[in-house]
Design a protein around this ligand. Structure first.
Ligand code: MD3
Ligand code: FE
Length: 227
């Protein structure tokens, strides 16, 4: 079959000022939460290389909750701070507790992706200080929770899904509000802001699947301003 357009153009509008492609597909999950399908694909090799470097210097580890449970999701961070959990609580820490050294610098490819995605969603001047790297293997999940460890809830959160698909749970302002299920696949980027920033959310247990770069794993990059 002969395509009229190169595949790379099929789901995009012509190049915008500033050199960013604006995806046609903007699925609004709430008034201030939008899924940008495949937005990270253009830079996937740069992201992959940068991620390998981060994980080499700050290994993925299973953190312990204040209640004493070991999380099924393995985590690490890059940027000026990292999100850390242990028996004493949750916090943003400038140092990696595994080695007492600063977290790896935020790679330029991570930073520009997060800033551009935030801008597409209408959030200018987003300067993420933290990239939390979440690694899911089959069965790993994230129970419904709110993100409240940051100082300024007016700052958006940007999340990038890589590897095996997952079902994201997008709930309400109360834990008991039954969540919507949103499938997220490799390359999808989601921006959450405004009132949607404080919704309960989680990730269903990961199903067994295979991705050529990531094997049976899902990696989620979450970008935040912590301070
Ligand atoms: C929705 N991570 O690290 S994406 C987390 O896929 C976290 O690993 C999930 O929830 C993951 O805290 C979900 C990011 C996300 C972050 C904050 C949100 C989604 C959100 C705040 C409100 C609503
Ligand atoms: Fe969260």
């Amino acid at each position: 079959m002969q395509l009229k357009e190169p595949i790379s153009k099929l789901n995009t509008l012509p190049l915008q000022e500033g050199g960013r492609y604006r995806p046609i597909s903007e699925e609004w999950l709430g008034s201030h939460a939008v899924v940008l399908r495949a937005y990270a694909l253009a830079n996937e090799t740069a992201l992959y290389t940068a991620l390998e470097n981060v994980i080499t210097r700050a290994p993925l580890r299973h953190m312990v909750t204040p209640g004493g449970f070991t999380m099924s999701v393995a985590m690490t961070n890059c940027g000026a701070y990292g999100w850390v959990s242990d028996r004493s609580g949750y916090r943003y820490d400038p140092l990696d507790p595994l080695n007492g050294k600063p977290w790896p610098r935020m790679p330029e490819s991570f930073l520009s992706l997060a800033k551009n995605a935030a801008e597409v969603a209408g959030f200018d001047n987003f300067y993420p200080e933290v990239c939390l790297v979440n690694c899911y293997v089959p069965g790993a999940k994230l129970s419904l929770h709110q993100d409240k460890d940051e100082l300024d809830f007016k700052q958006p959160i940007v999340s990038v899904s890589l590897g095996v698909p997952a079902v994201f749970l997008f709930g309400g302002m109360k834990r008991k509000d039954s969540p919507n299920r949103v499938p997220l696949v490799h390359g999808d980027v989601v921006v959450w802001g405004g009132p949607d920033r404080l919704r309960y959310h989680g990730v269903m247990p990961l199903k067994e699947a295979y991705h050529p770069y990531f094997g049976n794993q899902r990696i989620n990059l979450t970008f935040r301003k912590a301070t």
